[in-house]
Every structure is written in structure tokens, then in C-alpha cells.
Design a protein around this ligand. Structure first.
Ligand code: HEC
Length: 165
């Protein structure tokens, strides 16, 4: 091999390595972007859940969403929704929140009066909650929140829901 072919080989190798590095960087950037978009939308839905004041009666232990402190202080029952997506699909949840369907003979006590797109978002979010945390663990967590006087310190009023029977 003469000097020139060696040089050519080296240049070729550098070019290949560069293109591989570039491709890896591109794949990582796309992955990171997707991750940020997904976690961003999850975060936004969680905030909507809190803003709509579902936290007045519900928690989502799997997502670290605590219920309102005022409800805990009143000793009222909190229904954790960590596994609700395993029992109900999105369309059912939308009807449920519009009080159009019954569950064990009862209607949902909170009627959704907010915009349709937000209802869609919140139903999508809840229908994806499929955690399998045991009931006993949820109970222990809620008990601890009561005992340590934790929970979200927010007013219970909401512009998205109306509590009625
Ligand atoms: C005033 C209290 C109250 C508020 C506010 C409230 N809920 Fe509920 N929710 C309940 C009660 C009580 C039940 C259980 C009813 C039953 O099973 O008969 C329930 C049940 C549910 C269920 C079914 C749970 C399951 O696994 O079967 C879903 C889903 C749900 N609520 C979503 C929401 C969402 C989303 C919001 C906010 C927009 C909300 N709730 C606000 C009281 C409330």
C-alpha cells in the first residue's frame, strides 16, 4: 500500500464515523424530543386534572397527584384513580363525566360543564391510568397524607365542574 491509499483509507474512515455519529445524534434528538413532548402533555393533563378540581374527591397515587387537603381534613372518602383506565375506556369516561351513564346504579356526582376539548383531554388521561398498585398501598398512602396533614392546598371551586346529584 502506498502512502496515498493509506491516506485515502483514513479519510474514508473518518467520513463513515462522522456520518454514524451524526445519525446517532439525530436519533437521540428525535427520541429526546418525543420524550419531552409526551411528558409535557402528561404534565399538562395532570395540571388540568388538578385545575378542574377532580382532586376535590380523587387522587392518583401512581402519578403522585394528591387530593385536596380540605377534603382530607373533613374526613371525606377519596377515590384513587390510579387504575381506573383498566376498568373504563375513554368514551365511557366522557359520558360518565357528562352524567349520561350510571355505574353501580349511580351517576357521577360531578357534572362536566367545561369545554369539550378539555373533556376529551381529561378522559384520555384518565383512560391511560392502568397502574396495578394494591388497594392496601393506596389506603396507607392516603392515611399518611391525613396524618401528616398533607394534600393540595387549593380552593375546591372549579370552572370545569358542577357538583350535583
Ligand atoms: C364531588 C366529588 C367528585 C368530584 C369533584 C369528582 N369525582 Fe369522580 N367520582 C366521585 C365518586 C363518589 C365516584 C364513585 C362513584 C361510584 O362508583 O358510584 C367517582 C368516580 C369516578 C370515576 C370512576 C372510577 C372507577 O374506577 O370506577 C372516574 C373515572 C372519575 N370519577 C373521574 C373524575 C374526574 C376526571 C373528575 C374531574 C373532572 C372527577 N371525577 C371529579 C366523586 C367525584
Amino acid at each position: 500500500m502506498d502512502m496515498l491509499t493509506i491516506m485515502e483509507k483514513i479519510v474514508k474512515m473518518i467520513k463513515i464515523r462522522r456520518s454514524i455519529t451524526f445519525r446517532i445524534a439525530k436519533i437521540s434528538a428525535v427520541g429526546l424530543y418525543t420524550f419531552l413532548v409526551l411528558s409535557g402533555s402528561l404534565q399538562a393533563s395532570k395540571e388540568l386534572f388538578i385545575e378542574a378540581r377532580c382532586v376535590r374527591c380523587h387522587s392518583i397515587m401512581s402519578e403522585g397527584v394528591e387530593p385536596l387537603r380540605s377534603t382530607l381534613r373533613e374526613g371525606k372518602k377519596i377515590r384513587d384513580l390510579s387504575s381506573s383506565g383498566g376498568h373504563h375506556d375513554k368514551e365511557w369516561i366522557k359520558k360518565w363525566l357528562k352524567q349520561e351513564v350510571r355505574h353501580r346504579g349511580k351517576r357521577h356526582p360531578a357534572y362536566w360543564k367545561g369545554p369539550d376539548d378539555k373533556l376529551d383531554e381529561i378522559a384520555e388521561f384518565v383512560s391511560n391510568l392502568k397502574s396495578k398498585i394494591p388497594e392496601s398501598q393506596v389506603k396507607a398512602w392516603l392515611k399518611e397524607l391525613v396524618e401528616t396533614d398533607k394534600g393540595l392546598d387549593l380552593p375546591k371551586e372549579s370552572e370545569y365542574i358542577e357538583v350535583r346529584k
